[in-house]
Write a protein that binds this ligand. Structure first.
Ligand SMILES: *Cc1c(COP(=O)(O)O)cnc(C)c1O
Length: 422
């Protein structure tokens, strides 16, 4: 499609957008009385208007029923988390039994490493991407030390090539093959938080498994953003937070995928608690642990129901719309944003560069060559919510649920003015 950088063209795209109605299903912050142009759904998604009622329902049940709410609330609390598994399975391409929701992301990745990072003298290397999200780096280092290993020795980072802003799949695969029998675990962010690159998860998963390693994915920036087929790809495990593209609210619970081939086993190394033991016999308070047949075997504590409520509200919208429609809109709106940026770039020559490769999701990372942080402050002041990453990058992530083509056009005009005026 031929794009045009005009207000009327952007409005025409909005008029044709099947998801346009969803914008009013979210609360928008305002700057000087006007709804902002929100580009940080990759950091904290907006609040679905339906979330409030889900939380209020729990508060009301707690008020009226107290302990009885565990079993007799309309949505009983003791198995509240189970309601999230089916919609999430569709979002990440899994079987329902492969999904559970618990804790927060880094905690879950640690717990999954308990099961899937079991270094031996020969096989002990962890492969990740260079400059992985800091929490993941701290996790790898502390896991290595926990096992009595030197992090320098245990952790191998796949580098980008000199002068390039992205990782090449062939370099990841070559590294996997070079490590061979020394490779214990591949654990990479499926969509990189900094440059927005989508890794070729299928190829990398297959390459890692072919060497006999476990392969897991940190899907913080991937869940609700790009197409995932965790089961078919054969990934061993994955985890994601829900407050980015999944719009569940600040610091909210993390989703977990554990491949079917690891389920229903009693002697998987795993940190266990009472919510992982069989439901049918849980309250007999027996000393032996009998794992749930599904990924819930990894559940340790009873579910944080007040947190799960807004997550469930959000998942109802994912269920209604489906990933296919979200992805179709995403491709179009990100292409339009890129077009607008390139048009503006012609007018303000040499001021910025898109560093996100073509394998991308919602996010475009833009390296500012001229003015740096002054542009960021200008945008924020003029109602465009973006985020800033050192040394000179702003990240723009339109969210297919609530961003409009008109937002993209208006953003371009504000950016041009900002570059000319600061
Ligand atoms: C956002 C993000 C996290 C956040 O971790 P929490 O444990 O939820 O604080 C972890 N990893 C990546 C790659 C992220 O983008």
């Amino acid at each position: 499609m031929e794009f045009r950088n005009t207000l009327s063209f952007a409005q025409k795209l909005d008029a044709e957008d099947a998801l346009a109605g969803y914008r009013q299903a979210f609360h928008f912050p305002k700057v000087e009385g006007k709804e902002v142009i929100y580009f940080t759904g990759n950091s904290l998604g907006l609040q679905p208007k339906s979330a409030q009622k889900f939380v209020d329902d729990i508060m009301a049940d707690w008020k009226d029923m107290a302990v009885e709410g565990h079993f007799y609330a309309e949505k009983p609390w003791w198995d509240y988390h189970e309601r999230l598994a089916a919609p999430l399975a569709k979002v990440v391409g899994a079987r329902v039994e492969e999904i559970t929701v618990m804790n927060t992301l880094t905690v879950n990745l640690h717990l999954l490493m308990v099961s899937f990072y079991r270094p031996t003298k020969k096989r002990f290397k962890i492969l990740c991407e260079e400059k992985a999200f800091p929490s993941d780096q701290y996790m790898f280092q502390s896991q290595a030390r926990f096992h009595g290993l030197d992090p320098e020795d245990a952790i191998v980072e796949v580098k980008k090539r000199e002068g390039e802003h992205f990782w090449r799949t062939e370099d990841v695969v070559a590294q996997i093959e070079a490590l061979g029998e020394a490779l214990a675990l591949v654990l990479i962010g499926g969509v990189n938080y900094y440059n927005g690159q989508v890794f070729d998860m299928e190829t990398i998963t297959k390459a890692g498994r072919a060497e006999g390693a476990f392969v897991g994915w940190d899907l913080a920036h991937a869940a609700g953003n790009v197409e995932l087929k965790l089961h078919d790809w054969g990934a061993d495990f994955a985890a994601w937070c829900s407050y980015k593209y999944m719009n569940s609210g600040p610091g909210n619970a993390s989703g977990v995928f554990i491949n079917k081939r690891h389920l229903g086993q009693k002697h998987v190394p795993r940190f266990e608690g009472w919510w992982g033991t069989k439901k049918e016999t849980r309250f007999l308070m027996k000393p032996e642990f009998e794992p749930m047949e599904n990924a819930d075997a990894w559940q340790i504590s009873n579910p944080p129901v007040l947190a799960l409520a807004p997550y469930l509200a959000s998942l109802q919208m994912f269920e209604e719309v489906g990933m296919e429609a979200l992805i179709a809109k995403r491709i179009k709106i990100v292409s339009y944003l890129e077009f607008v940026l390139r048009e503006i770039d012609k007018e303000v020559k040499g001021s910025f560069e898109i560093i996100t490769p073509n394998d991308r999701g919602c996010q475009l990372s833009v390296f500012l060559h001229g003015q740096g942080k002054s542009i960021f402050h200008y945008l924020m002041k003029h109602g465009v919510v973006v985020d800033w990453r050192e040394p000179n990058v702003i990240r723009l992530a339109p969210a297919p649920f609530y961003s409009t083509f008109e937002d993209m056009y208006r953003f371009g005009q504000i950016l041009k003015k900002g570059i000319n005026e600061t």
